[in-house]
Design a protein around this ligand. Structure first.
Ligand code: SF4
Length: 289
């Protein structure tokens, strides 16, 4: 059985000191270890961005893909071998800009992939440009007079697309983040977690203290995670309150929709990579003609 140390690698993370990604990495390692996951049965996939270096710093299988395309990779891996634990990690600029179409359709398919967004409200790797989640009015290198667009609301988008698990957490609270990650990984179906991740270099206005004054735990407020409307109300609270209240925890969870592989008969015989394909496909092709 693997322990926490089994997920360690010799390579030291290259993130800035104090970056929230260090804590996200630790939270993911702890979550996997505490769920008794084995490194050789786990795959961490990323896109492009500061946080997308994460697969280099954890001893699992890993793949750093291209910008915004981490979910097709993660889903492809899960389809090939649905017995693997597959985690996709990437930033808001990566997954909620170019990646938004993949995000919405991954939600619809309900493939059993865990998508953790390192949401720091900015393009950090490229040194501080406006991102899809940058709050309106915030000055960045590309919005010198302040962002004039309403931000994309990640948890609300996930809920509207029909997600079966939607949560948020904060990289300044390791215990909370690890707990939410574990619940997401245990969930059968697509699990989306928006992680508030302070970027201490390019987004100094949103410091750990700024978040700590605003986050509160939904699970301490008797929030009903089976109530979609209540979840959507909480998902919109940051924007309604101009970021004065940031709910974290599980917004919504349901098991009423089957995970993707449960809908398709080829998966009933086990992971595709372990099946010997003796099936005569000619009849399948005839139907398509
Ligand atoms: S630039 Fe920001 S997001 Fe990137 S490593 Fe530094 S603190 Fe982290």
């Amino acid at each position: 059985m693997a322990g926490l140390a089994d997920f360690n690698v010799a390579e030291k993370p290259q993130w800035c000191p104090g970056c929230g990604d260090h804590i996200i990495l630790m939270g993911l390692k702890q979550a996997l270890a505490e769920l008794d996951k084995e490194p050789h049965e786990t795959v961490v996939v990323s896109g492009i961005g500061c946080g997308s270096k994460l697969p280099h710093y954890i001893r699992t299988y890993g793949y750093e893909g291209i910008h915004g395309r981490l979910l097709p990779l993660a889903e492809g891996i899960k389809l090939a071998n649905h017995k693997l634990t597959v985690v996709a990690v990437g930033g808001d600029g990566d997954g909620l800009s170019e990646g938004t179409n993949h995000f919405i359709h991954a939600v619809r398919r309900n493939n059993d992939v865990n998508y953790f967004v390192q949401d720091n409200f900015i393009y950090a790797l490229t040194t501080g440009q406006v991102s899809p989640t940058t709050p309106k009015g915030r000055k960045t290198k590309t919005t010198l007079n302040g962002s004039y667009l309403e931000p994309l609301h990640p948890t609300a988008v996930a809920l509207a697309a029909g997600a079966t698990f939607v949560a948020a957490t904060f990289a300044g609270d390791l215990m909370h983040m690890k707990t939410v990650m574990k619940k997401a990984i245990e969930h059968k179906g697509f699990a989306f977690v928006d992680i508030y991740q302070p970027c201490v270099t390019w987004n100094k206005n949103y410091s750990y203290d700024w978040y700590k004054e605003r986050v509160y735990d939904l699970q301490k407020e008797n929030h009903d995670t089976s109530d979609w409307k209540a979840a959507m109300d909480k998902a919109m609270e940051p924007y309604r309150t101009k970021y004065e209240k940031l709910p974290i925890g599980i917004f919504y969870q349901t098991d009423k929709n089957a995970a993707f592989y449960e809908n398709l008969h080829p998966f009933a015989d086990g992971p595709l990579v372990k099946q010997s394909f003796k099936r005569d496909l000619s009849k399948d092709f005839e139907q398509l003609m």
